[in-house]
Ligand binder design. Structure first.
Ligand code: AR6
Length: 183
């Protein structure tokens, strides 16, 4: 399933983020850029040590990456040329600026992509694993944030949401069909 915002195709697929043939994939990282489980573990396993070497350097220079922000590294052994590492909020019930911070993850990742001439980018569902953000709420924020960004920015050919399981994909598909996501 897909929809178009200006010249950009927003597409939905079920699969593994590490297997996407796009210019950049996004990592659901932690603020130390220290690696971990879920998407983060899969990306470092598939992409090899060159990605962590750049994360180490960013940590030394800047102390890591704050929640809601993003940094970029090479893609190592991945198909993707780049990995954009963004740090989602930990879900604490929704009253600790989680929606704003999650929206910021998508915006800042897209902004970094624009700065690096990236035209195709894939996102996993940030914060909805270890960080506990409810999937149905996170999907609304993700689609809304990306759509708003693309309305003001025509540099991408594709933004792909990669959902790990069928239920998560269905959640996104429902929102695409309703066409009027509200945060
Ligand atoms: N491809 C696509 N989606 C995936 C994959 C994959 N290979 N693996 C898991 N998912 P998570 P978070 C889905 O936990 O919640 C790490 O330890 C998964 O089903 O990866 O932002 C970091 O180091 C879920 O829907 O990210 C941080 O400490 C979604 O991706 C922390 O976890 C996000 O799950 C970040 O937690």
């Amino acid at each position: 399933m897909e929809k178009k915002v200006n010249q950009t195709h927003i597409t939905l697929t079920q699969g593994d983020i590490t297997q996407q043939h796009v210019s950049a994939i996004t990592n659901a990282a932690n603020s130390r850029l220290a690696g971990g489980g879920g998407v983060d573990g899969a990306i470092h396993r598939a992409g090899g040590p060159a990605i962590m070497a750049e994360c180490d350097q960013i940590r030394q220079e800047r102390g890591g990456c704050p929640t809601g922000q993003a940094v970029i590294t090479i893609g190592g052994d991945l198909y993707a040329d780049y990995v954009i590492h963004t740090v989602g909020p930990v879900w604490e019930g929704g009253k600790s600026s989680e929606p704003e911070l999650l929206a910021s993850c998508y915006r800042q990742s897209l902004k970094l992509a624009v700065e690096n001439g990236i035209k195709t980018i894939a996102f996993p569902s940030i914060s909805t694993g270890v960080y506990g953000y409810p999937m149905e709420k996170a999907a609304v924020v993700a689609i809304e944030a990306v759509t708003l960004f693309l309305k003001e920015n025509e540099r991408f050919s594709e933004v792909r949401f990669v959902l790990f399981n069928a239920d998560d994909l269905k959640q996104y598909q429902r929102l695409f069909l309703s066409n009027q996501p509200k945060i």
